[in-house]
Design a protein around this ligand. Sequence first.
Ligand code: GZL
Length: 325
Amino acid sequence: MFIKKMSVLLFTALLVMGITGCGNTEKDSKDPKLLLGFSQIGTESAWRIGNTLDIEQQAENYGVGLMLENANQKQENQIAAIRRFIAYKVDVIAFSPIVEDGWDNVLKEAKDAGIPVILVDRDISTDKSDLTTCLIGADFYNEGVMAGEYLLRKADELGLEQINIVEITGTENSTPMMQRQAGFFDTIGADERMNVLESIDGDFLKSRGAECMRYLIDTYGDSIDVVFSHNDEMTIGALPEIEKAGFEPGKDIIIISIDGGQEAIDILKQGKINCVVECTPKLGKALMETALKLKSGEEVEKLIHPEEVYFSDEQDTSQIMPRGY
Ligand code: GZL
């Protein structure tokens, strides 16, 4: 009996030492250069999954310790994760805000804790001058402009007099949704041929894209000339609904999408999507470099926009390289 008790005590002691690391007298040579807490929105799209994989890969490449938490599309989960990062005293916090408002309190807590915050992918409406250090993310407005400019060229090519557009938007009050819509409408708004029948929230989800398209076809039928969809996931959900209704996407209805993932590019090559505007998820390198600069007290750029292009049926799509997400 005594031996049994001793072995339990010994096991417990070893377990505690293992967890707390108090047994390590030597500093672990693999200690990361810094500890980065990152709150990711979720796994709603190939873009998001590609973004997460890229951040994980770059953290490894740069020797950064990464605590990545998936919020499963809920702002409250992001706020809770940021509070955990503060309690854990990470060196830098980064997050992709699912919507633009509601961050003031938790960001003030991070500031009071002396932890710098990096915005990744999306922006916030809070007066962030002293609450965040920088934004690393796409120029969503320009993505909308590229989509609008494509449609103007397509309208000229087809010689259409009136163009009826339906828009399937991303998550309401998210930066990509508001800025893609603004860029697109600012670009086509002055053209009298353009007529927007309806904008409907697809929440960047494939399932919602299908539901939205079913509703739009039931409502507007064959008067729809163009679908402008804020991301590939919703576009891919919408296409079967168009075909079920007897229309040929890419021919009877012009399809314009954003993200540029492999699946959408493959569909572009099949002629069922007409234009895919790129929104690169590969923000990990810039994130790690910025976090390391903050850790060493260096100045960082306030805004880092990756270069982005578009792909369309005006090009030789067979030349498009594998997308990696
Ligand atoms: C864009 C990103 C958007 C993608 C969607 O940077 O925030 O969120 O366009 C994703 O696919 O859901």
